[in-house]
Design a protein around this ligand. Sequence first.
Ligand code: SF4
Length: 431
Amino acid sequence: LVTVNRRAPTDVIEYQQLIDGDTVELVIERDGRSMEIVVTKTLGEPLGLSIDSAVFDRVRTCDNHCSFCFIYQLPKGLRRSLYVKDDDFRLSFLYGNYTTLTRFTEFDLERVIDEGLSPLYVSIHTTDPSLRAALLRNPRGATSLRWLSALLDAGIEVHGQVVVCPGVNDGDALRRTLEDALSQYPSLASLCLVPVGVSDFSTEADMRPLTATEAADVVDLAEHFAELSRRATGRRVIAASDEMYIIARREPPTVSELDTLDEAENGVGLIAAFSDSFLSGTEMAKLGTGFFQSVDGAPAWGYRAPRSSAESPSDGHGPVVLLTGEYAAPILRGLISRVGLPDVRVVAVENRYFGGNIKVAGLLTGSDIARVVSAMPAETKFLLPDACLSDDRFLDGACLGDLNADLVVIPTQGSALRQWLESRRLSHVTA
Ligand code: SF4
């Protein structure tokens, strides 16, 4: 596809707008030959073309070099798409990726406003200009939050995040950031505080995981400012992520304590939403897909590929083992015992591939799972959350089929796990 209505769209957003009308003029190039086609259709009807990428020019990559960047903490040799450091407001709008705005321009602002590209997701990290420039290792980090003000002034909904790095942007710096967030950016939709992930591959001397005490301080600050915000505006705005609560050894908030699950993708309220869905058997209100779902050759409207196409049969006998990350294991054990499934075992898979404080289920790798399943009886049925897969592949490149085990992939939805376990229980009773 070369042009639509004599324009060459640069991304799916523009493409969607161009094809919206009832008469669409296309220029197509095939086998070196150009042809013109006029399509007549009803307003808003899709053209039926398959598109393999969300942006047609190039993903705008970031010009920062953050010491906490997880991409620098990946081992060499993974699939190429995992190393793309995108900082593209279009991907922020389409998929909820965070942008630092250091490459944002006046032209981008105009486009966001004209086309109503809202909500957007912005990495704030700190409101101290010199600290932000140092954290991002980019002088533009000191000034790029001016775009945040411009976006909010224009009525764009913005969700912010702070990656909390101990000894760098926590403590007093974090307190000032939260004060500034509420005073300088009062219409910010939300601001979540997530702990820095530090893998064994990090080479940064000043990066280390938060201790339980440091994480508890962050939770206290978040709750204090959330309460201030709630009193002033009726909105909570500020929240620490579930992972922050787990590190702090505190109970994450329940669904009723959170105003919104909009930030579930970033780990705020994910446990609450999952637990609620598991216990009630109803679908989770919101479930994000996560940064590592992007893959080469992703399908039409998804920069992120589907996680898995594997079937999930619940028949057969033998022990059932639920595999998950170290953070989620105690929570799942609690849920399983509440609904009375004593024969289902939850096993925490230690993430030796990344090491460090990487303990979330979404970053489990094929090699770690292979190690765990090989040590268990052959007749075991293993349940695996689809969050650690993208197109049936793990982050380390291993495929589901590479694992010599009876693996069942379960959508990372509380209700899906409950349904699978209940249908298995039912089939045993019937048998
Ligand atoms: S802005 Fe994001 S992608 Fe870019 S270096 Fe920082 S953490 Fe990495």
